[in-house]
Ligand binder design. Sequence first.
Ligand SMILES: CCCCCCCCCCCCC/C=C/[C@@H](O)[C@H](CO)NC(=O)CCCCCCCCCCCCCCC
Ligand SMILES: Nc1ncnc2c1ncn2[C@@H]1O[C@H](COP(=O)(O)OP(=O)(O)OP(=O)(O)O)[C@@H](O)[C@H]1O
Ligand SMILES: [Ca+2]
Length: 505
Amino acid sequence: MKGKKIEDGENCFVPTSEIIAVEETDLNKKQHNSGKWQKMAKPHAFTVYYVKKARNHRWWCSDVTFWCVDEQLCNQWIQALKELLELQKARPKQLLVYINPYGGKRQGKRIYEQKVAPLFSLASISTDVFITERANHAKDNLFEVNINKYDGVVCVGGDGMFSEVMHGLIGRMQKDSGIDQNNPKAPLVQCNIRIGIIPAGSTDCICYSTVGISDPVTSALHIIVGDSQPLDVSSVHHNNTFLKYTVSLLGYGFYGDILKDSEKKRWMGPMRYDYSGFKTFLSHHCYEGTISFQPAKHTLGSPRDKDSCRTGCHICRQSEQQLAEQRKKCGLKHEEDEEEWKVIKGKFLAINVVNMSCACPRSPKGLSPAAHLADGSADLILVRKCSRFDFLRYLVRHTNQDDQFDFSFVDVYRVKSFQFTSKLLEDNESDVTDIGKKHFGQFCRDHPACCCNIANSTWNCDGETLDSSAIEVRVHCQLMKLFARGIEENCKEASRNQSRVEQLL
Ligand SMILES: CCCCCCCCCCCCC/C=C/[C@@H](O)[C@H](CO)NC(=O)CCCCCCCCCCCCCCC
Ligand SMILES: Nc1ncnc2c1ncn2[C@@H]1O[C@H](COP(=O)(O)OP(=O)(O)OP(=O)(O)O)[C@@H](O)[C@H]1O
Ligand SMILES: [Ca+2]
C-alpha cells in the first residue's frame, strides 16, 4: 500500500464506490514530521483506503490520511464515511474461500495469506477459509455447506479450481431446485451467488478474460467493491448424460492433446503447457469428424467484429433481452428445436468452442478476441487440416495484432448449440461392413501424406479432460455471476484522469 498525506489547502477526490475502508489513524504509529502538524499538541487523523487504478487494468490499494485539529470533526468524518460505505449494498460481508495449495506454482496459500487476507480484513469482510486436500474437495463441500450464510465464494487457484467451484455451485443450485442436469434441454436455474477468482493457477484465463489482468490484489479489490459480471456457461452432454460445464475453452485436437500430454507433467508447473504445446505442435495430428451447430441469431455481434466485450457491454445486454423475449414467445416449447442446424464434415487440427475470448498472459487477445462474456453464445473455431507452417502462422497471430481468422483453413461461427461426433465413432456405430471404411484411420496412418490420427483426440474442457469424444453442447445465457466487471475501456485514460483530479483539487 502506498500512502499520502493531505495537508492544508489540498484536496483529494475518491468515488465512494472505490473506497475500501476508513479508519481512525493512530498517530503514535504514523510519523507526522512535516509542516505545521509537528507544532500541534494533539492532532487527529483518519485514513481512507481506496482503489488506485494503474496501467493494464491493474488495481492496487492506496491510502490517504486526513489531518485535523478538532477531534469531534475528525470523528464526524469517520462516521459519515462509514455510513456511506454501509450504503454500498453489493459489497460482500461474508465469504467462503477455497484454496488449492497445488495449483500453478503451488503459491495459492501464500498468495491468499500475504496479499488477499489483509485486504479482506481491512474491508471488514469475514471469511471461512477451506484449504483443499484433494481434487473435487471444494466441489463436494459446496453440496454440504450452508450456502445461504455467504455473499460469495472465492476460489484461489487456476481455471480448474474455478471449474470445481462453479460445478459445486451450479450443481447445488439445480439439485435444490429439482432440476435434472442429465437432461440436456433442462432450463437451468441461475446461480446468484457470485464467485471471485484469486488467480494462482497456470493459465488463469477466466480471471484474465473477465478482469483484464491476472493479479491477486486486483481481483481481491474487485471482490471488495462488490463488482458483478454475468457469465455464460455451456453444458456438455453425451447420450443424455451430463459431463461438465464450461466457461472458457472446450477444445478438441490441438488443445485436447496438449492437455492430455501436460497432465503427465504436472510437476513442471505452468511450463508443462509450453513443453506439451511444442510437442503437440510437432506431432501435427488432425482428426476427422462431423460438427453440427445452431447459429446464434439472437446476438448482434459477430466473431469478426473489431470491438470486443467491455464493462457494461450493450451487445451482452441486448442479446440477453432478445433471448428472454424469444423464450416468452415460445412458451414451453424449446425454441432451439425449431431452428436450423448446420453440418460440417472434415479433417481438423483443432475444434475450439469458446464462451469468452480466452485471453491469458500467453495470448492477451485470446482465441476469439470478440467473444462476449454474457451474450448467450459461444464462438466455434474450426482449424482445418493445413501445413505445419500455416498452423504456426495461425498460432503466432494469437500473440500479435493480426487477425487469426483471416486464413482459408480457419472458420469461425457464433453458435448457441453444438454437437460433435468423431469419424471413428461414426464408423464403429454404423452397420457398414466395408472394411476399408471401418479402418479409415488405419489407412490414414499408413498414408505418408496424411496426418489424420487413428485414435480420437480428447476434449479439453476448461483444462479438464472429458471421457467422451461425442458431445452435445448448449450455451446457457448468464447462468452465473463473477465478482468482476469485464474489461474496462480506456483504462489508462481513467487512471490518468484520476491522478489529475487528485493533483488539482
Ligand atoms: C509460437 C508461439 C505461439 C503461441 C501461441 C499461444 C496460443 C495460446 C492460446 C492460449 C489459449 C488458452 C485457452 C485457455 C484454456 C484454459 O481453459 C485451460 C485451463 O487453464 N488451459 C489450457 O488448456 C492450457 C493451454 C495452453 C496452451 C499453450 C499453447 C502453447 C503453444 C506452443 C506452440 C509452440 C510452437 C512452436 C513452434 C516453433
Ligand atoms: N488439494 C488438492 N490436491 C490435488 N488436486 C487438487 C487439490 N485441490 C484442487 N485440486 C485440483 O487441481 C486441479 C488444477 O488446479 P488449478 O486449476 O488450481 O491449477 P492449474 O491447473 O495449475 O491452473 P490452470 O487451470 O489455470 O491451468 C483442479 O482441477 C482441482 O480440481
Ligand atoms: Ca458468450
